[in-house]
Design a protein around this ligand. Structure first.
Ligand code: NDP
Length: 418
């Protein structure tokens, strides 16, 4: 089976290395990104360690023509998009033209938030849905009929969150509940990289997400909060007590659509004081702005300039120590009895580094990206149309998580989040 992997950053490098290990499935791997030297470095590292044949290419994933030419010449069974959310629609468009399955890890975002065409649609969506985050699923869900007609599958958001958190939800629904009433997704990174400020995945995407208004789903509607307004403390297995903050997150939107009868869905992520102080300061001085400003006769986008100054998340592996704990607490009913379970994974940054040379955030995203691609390519998770992870049978994915390095635990009656 041939796979085309687009992007060669922190997450992609884990996904590529895991595909190389699963060389009984992925016999030919094309790595294509903006900077081909990064693809060649991974090719050089992995070629002797895998039976898969690895090729590299340069591609501008903003260009449907370039993507179509590459897909047309390599003829993969699937395209795994681990570049940036800005390129989701062009890559989906190229997959449609070439009738090839599509997998990604993050929903579409428009890079240029000053673009008037995008802005008017965004403002309409804010009025209709009531959350102001720059990203939502509508752009990609609109491809459903086209993908269905072409007989190809798009699996959206096959990282950890989104991704595994939705597989956990489908698993809880299938094996533990008749009705799920509440879902709390808890994303804890107890790792320390030693820098005063760095992000553990692409800085631009990370800071756009964290500095945005928070929101959660309750009783059929969105409730929006100010950025980081809601704070809780939780004692995480393997990590200890951490402060966590309510964020808007994309899987809330698809779970609200797909989990019938759910009353409340919230997403919390942990942050240390140093991260929050730096982020607030950068926001106050305008460095998180996504809109171009005049600078010395040219235009720069402040958040893109900031990205150039911050450490590359792909280089944090050696210095990050500690663990992550990501999972979901569910409450609901089974046979008329109220119950609660917590499904989570604990991942050790240094163990990940020893295995694939990456920190745990890239690892916990890259492994599910590979698993999603593997299930689609083998036809286990294959339906024509555009789908999110909770819309498939969770069992093969859960089995693969145990096999490929992200074992999970089901805890009965966990401490609830108030
Ligand atoms: P990086 O910035 O490390 O990597 C992005 C890669 O995409 C780089 O190799 C970059 O090339 C390439 N790229 C960017 N623009 C283009 C383009 N126009 N054409 C071709 N290639 C391009 O990001 P991460 O690895 O940290 O994140 C990757 C994705 O994973 C993001 O979408 C992120 O949102 C998602 N993610 C999902 C999570 C989840 O749990 N679901 C968690 C964490 C991340 P170059 O090297 O030249 O810059």
């Amino acid at each position: 089976m041939k796979i085309l992997i687009i992007g060669c950053g922190g997450v992609a490098q884990v996904a590529i290395k895991k595909c190389c290990r699963a060389d009984d499935v992925f016999t030919e791997i094309m790595i294509a990104s903006r900077t081909e030297s990064k693809c060649k470095a991974v090719q050089a590292e992995m070629s002797a360690k895998t039976k898969a044949r690895i090729y590299t290419a340069t591609v501008n994933a903003e260009s449907v023509e370039e993507l179509t030419a590459l897909i047309g010449s390599f003829k993969p069974q699937a395209v795994l998009n681990v570049a940036l959310p800005y390129q989701d629609l062009t890559i989906m468009e190229a997959c449609l033209k070439c009738k090839v399955d599509y997998i990604d890890t993050a929903n579409y975002e428009c890079e240029d938030t000053a673009d008037p065409a995008w802005r008017s649609r965004y403002e309409e969506r804010v009025r209709q849905k009531g959350f102001t985050a720059y990203f939502d699923y509508s752009y990609q869900w609109e491809y459903f009929e086209k993908f269905k007609k072409a007989g190809i599958c798009a699996l959206l958001g096959s990282g950890f969150d989104p991704g595994v958190t939705q597989v956990f939800t489908a698993y809880a629904q299938k094996h533990y509940f008749d009705t799920i009433e509440t879902i709390d997704i808890l994303d804890c990174n107890g790792g320390d990289h030693g820098y005063a400020f760095a992000t553990n995945f692409n800085p631009e995407i990370n800071l756009r997400e964290v500095s945005a208004n928070g929101s959660y789903w309750e009783n059929g509607r969105w409730i929006e909060t100010k950025p980081l307004e809601i704070k809780r403390e939780y004692n995480f297995a393997g990590v200890g007590k951490k402060d966590m903050y309510l964020l808007h997150h994309e899987e809330i939107e698809s779970l609200a659509k797909n989990v019938k009868g759910v009353k409340r869905i919230r997403f919390f992520m942990t942050f240390g004081q140093s991260y929050i102080q730096h982020m607030n300061c950068l926001k106050d001085v305008g460095m998180l702005s996504t809109e171009p400003v005049e600078f010395e006769g040219g235009k720069i986008v402040p958040i893109q300039f900031l990205k150039a100054l911050l450490p590359d998340p792909a280089t944090l592996g050696a210095r990050t120590k500690g663990k992550t704990n990501i999972g979901c607490i569910f409450t609901g009913y089974k046979n008329g009895v109220k119950k609660s379970i917590y499904i989570y994974n604990v991942c050790d940054h240094q163990e990940c580094y020893k295995e694939v040379g990456s920190q745990a955030i890239s690892y916990t995203t890259g492994v599910p990206a590979m698993i999603g691609a593997m299930l689609v390519i083998k036809g286990v998770w294959k339906k024509a149309g555009v789908y999110n992870a909770e819309e498939f049978d969770p069992d093969p994915f859960m089995e693969a998580l145990n096999k490929f390095g992200l074992p999970w635990i089901v805890e009965e009656n966990p401490v609830p989040v108030d």
